[in-house]
Design a protein around this ligand. Sequence first.
Ligand code: THU
Length: 139
Amino acid sequence: MTLTMEEKQALIDLANMARQRAYVPYSNYHVGAALRTRSGRLYTGVNVENAAYPQTMCAERVAIFKAISEGEKDFEVISVVTDNGGSPCGGCRQVMAEFGLDTVVLLADGSGRLVRETTVRELLPDAFTPDRLHTQGNK
Ligand code: THU
């Protein structure tokens, strides 16, 4: 899928705006995500922390779960914005992989600069995907 510079920047800017709403009293590490589906719908997400630390939810998963809960599961691209252009955690990579390895992933820093353009396939080599469950004897 080919994205124009303008489309990429729009998704980054959307994630960066969402990022301001991150609930991060413990880490103070603001993460924003913006997901675009094949149908053109947009879903944002932020990280939501909790006093019981493991209950924290990442921004990418919030965006993905919002989309799934609205009946959208064909994803084209997700942008992720952090202060330093950080890359998605392993758990988020696995959740992204569930819905397709070809989803484009845009990583940007707090100034809105694209630092890396990649795909889920590249971020999670040899992924465990839904088709792995559909082997003989496990249908
Ligand atoms: N975080 C995300 O939102 N996405 C990631 O992929 C990596 C980590 C959040 C979780 C936590 O609120 C903070 O960043 C520090 O780990």
